[in-house]
Design a protein around this ligand. Structure first.
Ligand code: ADP
Ligand code: MG
Length: 455
């Protein structure tokens, strides 16, 4: 007898979310994202894959991942079989495989505390596979000390720095290390966005136990606290959580993209608490460290990266580690599909095709015209005295971009958009900067415009 489809669908969602944390993104994307559960009867698992090539990968290589994911979910099975998806075996209910956005690790639960203790940690992050350089050695040392004796020193630990520089990796590694040495430790990792959502859900749906979930633990790890800006109720809840834990000498670890001082609309009392412990900055690794990170990542994914390739990539991409890893993943996914090892020519080809060759000069005129066009405002309106909301906002973003991209002085910015008073420019740039921290849509729009500026 087959289980009802709904049940299988749920199993598959859970399966994919476990797999997603267990394998690297290119492996997930290349192999797992397109699979589906064709049938499961409590004994035999039949997984549908898209082509012969995938079939081979699953049989020879990914079978172990599949089995261990089922075991970790405590779903009983006696055998696993793979089949190519055909019109016949395809389930009549469309889309067993969920879209990736539905696969979330910290799905809010209706009954806090009912489930087995869930740390929310991704096991792939360890202190061992974190590469230390002068940009992050202080942060690493503090994390090591915390892993050895949580709550004793550096409480709270506040790590800050730009995106993709290893903050999430480090703090999750601390959590994993604590659990490794003391499996009974209650460690909980949560992104601030999830914390906010869970908190609001708990209020909205009157779900009991939210506060306890974050207060009856030994180590609380909160990622990207800047997203708590402007959320007063959540800040208050977090303030009490913080106090309870801190008074009981429980370890608190927080990250942010900026210092506590620079997080807008953070209440004074939270700010001062964040400054109680140790605040450490995580910077961009130097070239040698970047190359070492690449080599270690490649090894973890089962590839050998020779020095020339690592050097080329590390030299070409000096923005952050996430981008560097993105480039590496692209190359490795390519190699994986063709059964090749990465080489210099391949890396060179990849880099020159993806790297944006930015023209040395963009002009203020281009910024004004392209941004105006993006928001569908005639460029002449930007320079006119009109103050309609939409025009005004677009003008403010233009001023922000003139500052960011061309490093213009405030008087010069004002002049470019036909304003006499430079305080207008100061105000606009500050306003947009703050807004970006709070508003993800705006953040994306501005990234989008920046991309378009240079093509
Ligand atoms: P952040 O949280 O600062 O935005 P992440 O921790 O998500 O950055 O890091 C982005 C990626 O770069 C991750 O895959 C992480 O493993 C990797 N990474 C960053 N720094 C290092 C490092 N020093 N050693 C190994 N991997 C690193
Ligand atoms: Mg992060």
């Amino acid at each position: 007898m087959s289980q009802p489809d709904d049940n299988n669908q749920e199993i598959w969602q859970r399966f994919l979310s476990v797999i997603e944390t267990a394998v690297s993104p290119p492996i997930f994307k290349t192999w797992f994202a397109t699979t589906r559960l064709l049938s499961y009867d409590g004994q035999e698992v039949v997984i549908g894959v898209v082509n012969v090539f995938a079939l081979k990968q699953f049989r020879v290589k990914l079978d172990a991942n599949v089995r261990s994911a089922f075991s970790s979910l405590e779903i009983p099975f006696s055998s696993v079989r793979y089949e190519i998806i055909t019109a016949q075996n395809k389930s009549t209910r469309e889309e067993v495989a969920p879209s990736r956005s539905k696969v979330t690790r910290n799905r809010p639960s209706r009954h806090f505390g009912d489930e087995a203790f869930d740390s929310g940690l991704n096991p792939k992050y360890s202190l061992e596979n974190f590469i230390v350089g002068s940009c992050n050695d202080l942060a690493y040392t503090a994390c090591q000390a915390i892993a050895t004796s949580p709550g004793a020193k550096y409480n709270p630990l506040f790590l800050y720095g730009g995106v993709g520089l290893g903050k999430t990796h480090l703090i999750q590694a601390v959590g994993n290390e604590i659990i490794r040495t003391n499996p009974r430790a209650k460690v909980r990792y949560i992104s601030t966005e999830t914390f906010v959502t869970e908190f609001l859900d708990a209020i909205r749906y009157k779900i009991q136990g939210f506060s306890e979930k974050y207060r009856n633990i030994d180590v609380l790890i909160v990622d990207d606290i800047q997203f708590i800006a402007g959320k007063e109720k959540t800040q208050e809840e977090f303030f009490h959580t913080f106090n309870t834990l801190h008074q009981a000498n429980k370890q608190i670890i927080i990250t942010s993209d900026k210092t506590p001082k620079n997080i807008p609309t953070l209440t004074e009392r939270l700010r001062s608490r964040f400054e109680w412990g140790m605040a450490i900055d995580v910077g961009l690794p130097d070239f040698e460290t970047r190359a070492a990170i690449l080599k270690s990542k490649a090894t973890q994914m089962g590839f050998e990266l020779d020095d020339k390739v690592a050097t080329l990539l590390a030299e070409s991409i000096a923005t952050n580690i996430r981008e560097l890893e993105g480039a590496l993943n692209q190359i490795l996914a390519y190699c994986e599909m063709r059964g090749l090892q990465p080489d210099y020519e391949m890396a060179l080809g990849m880099i020159s095709s993806t790297k944006k060759i930015r023209p040395r000069h963009i002009t203020p005129r281009q910024i004004i015209e392209r941004t105006a066009r993006y928001f569908q405002v005639p460029p002449t309106d930007i320079l006119s005295p009109r103050r309609d909301k939409h025009i005004n906002e677009t003008r403010q973003i233009i001023m922000y971009l003139l500052r960011e991209e061309l490093k213009f002085s405030f008087p010069k910015i004002a002049q470019e958009v036909g304003r006499k008073d430079h305080t207008t420019a100061i105000h606009s740039v500050n306003k947009v900067t703050k807004e970006i921290a709070l508003n993800a849509t705006l953040r994306d729009q501005i990234e989008d415009i920046k991309e378009k500026l240079y093509v």
